[in-house]
Design a protein around this ligand. Structure first.
Ligand SMILES: Cc1ncc(COP(=O)(O)O)c(C=O)c1O
Length: 363
């Protein structure tokens, strides 16, 4: 294995880069990718020890050895991010609002008592990783590279307290256009995803583990996902599965404000901006379950959709609540489609970028 000492002209730290000489790319069927099941040739790793983040490294993608008593395995002190890289028709690679993901992983880390990760390590590491694995990013709307930064407590020992050692890693998975079929969701009446004062606003690993069981119960009833409601009264709608949620009532687009129980989604905040830019009336306010049921009864509930990095915008076809199934109407023109093609146009460098969200990657 050849080992390069990578020293960027813009940075003042060394990063060890070990090139993978046995690329797997030729064996990959890019037309039939299962989301998040296959990873690129390299990964980024940086250890925290003795009160500081050590020299970052990029090495061939490989399993890592951990101690069985490692804190993250026992106490879930772990957070992650989800973002994507896109390639335009000319072969240039872009990230979409990556600063948002960088700040959010550090906000999540703070809540989990994990030390903040340095910005220059994050961006230099990510860009070098993308430069090395750029062949894994295919152009064409819908194709992208899903990027998963994550950090976890790696210290050995089962004391129930914050770890003194952490590992920050970035792995990448190629993904194709997602056609999930019709989406049927169930409003949570008993279980909760997040409570006030808790960790709902953080991308904490345990938030997702806690969703699996109620989601499985909903799946047993024929739904794919749960619309989470507030833990206190179950009267307010918060998120749909792992997406933020939007309602079109008449010609208005309504979505809940982000609080400490709702993830501050990058797609959500981008959609709000784009909708306003397109002249759509947007209301950000708490959304009551009974208001949505009443709007459906009056024929005013036109669309409901989820928004998130993985699927961008996902139209919801029906909503289950208290034993009833509320089906959304068929329309000639969906706001969800208009917003989705606009945000993707920006992501793939096919539309103007009035908000300067695109971040060109030096490959
Ligand atoms: C709970 C939750 N809500 C919302 C989102 C959407 O956030 P983003 O648009 O930043 O991907 C995600 C996905 O990452 C999520 O896990």
């Amino acid at each position: 294995m050849r080992i390069n000492l990578y020293i960027s002209s813009r940075i003042e730290f060394a990063m060890r880069v070990e090139i993978n000489k046995q690329s797997k790319i030729d064996a990959v069927d890019f037309d039939n990718l299962d989301f998040g099941m296959l990873f690129t040739d390299h990964m980024f790793v940086c250890d925290y020890k003795d009160g500081e983040w050590k020299e970052p490294q990029i090495i061939p993608y490989q399993p890592i050895a951990v101690d069985p008593s490692m804190s993250a395995l026992h106490y879930g002190q772990a957070v992650f991010e989800g973002m994507k890289a896109y390639k335009d028709q000319a072969g240039e690679v872009f990230l979409f609002r990556p600063e948002e993901n960088f700040h959010r992983i550090n906000r999540s880390s703070e809540r989990l008592a994990i030390p903040a990760f340095p910005k220059n390590y994050f961006f230099e590491g990510l860009e070098k990783l993308l430069a090395l694995d750029k062949e894994w990013i295919k152009s064409g709307i819908g194709n992208s590279l899903y990027i998963r930064p994550f950090v976890f407590a790696s210290q050995a020992g089962v004391q129930a307290s914050a770890s003194n050692e952490y590992k920050f890693m970035i792995i990448c998975a190629p993904v194709g256009a997602y056609y999930g079929g019709e989406l049927h969701v169930k409003i949570a009446e008993k279980y909760s995803r997040a409570a006030q004062g808790g960790v709902g606003y953080a991308k904490a690993a345990g938030n997702y583990a806690a969703q699996f069981y109620p989601t499985k119960l909903a799946q047993d009833e024929g739904y794919q996902q749960v619309i989470w409601t507030d833990a206190h009264s179950h009267e307010y709608l918060e998120e749909a599965g792992t997406m933020n949620i939007f309602f079109r009532i008449g010609e208005r687009l309504v979505t809940a404000p982000t609080t400490d129980t709702i993830l501050d989604g990058v797609t959500r905040k981008s959609i709000i901006k784009i909708a306003e830019h397109l002249g759509i009336d947007v209301e950000v306010r708490p959304v009551r379950v009974d208001e949505i049921i009443a709007a459906h009864a009056q024929g005013q509930l036109k669309e409901v959709f989820g928004a998130g990095t993985a699927v961008v915008v996902s139209q919801i076809h029906s909503i289950g609540y208290k034993g009833e199934k509320y089906t959304l109407p068929k329309l000639d023109n969906y706001m969800a489609d208009q917003l989705k093609s606009h945000i993707m146009g920006i992501q793939y460098n096919e539309l103007e970028d009035p908000f300067q969200w695109r971040h060109a990657v030096r490959t």
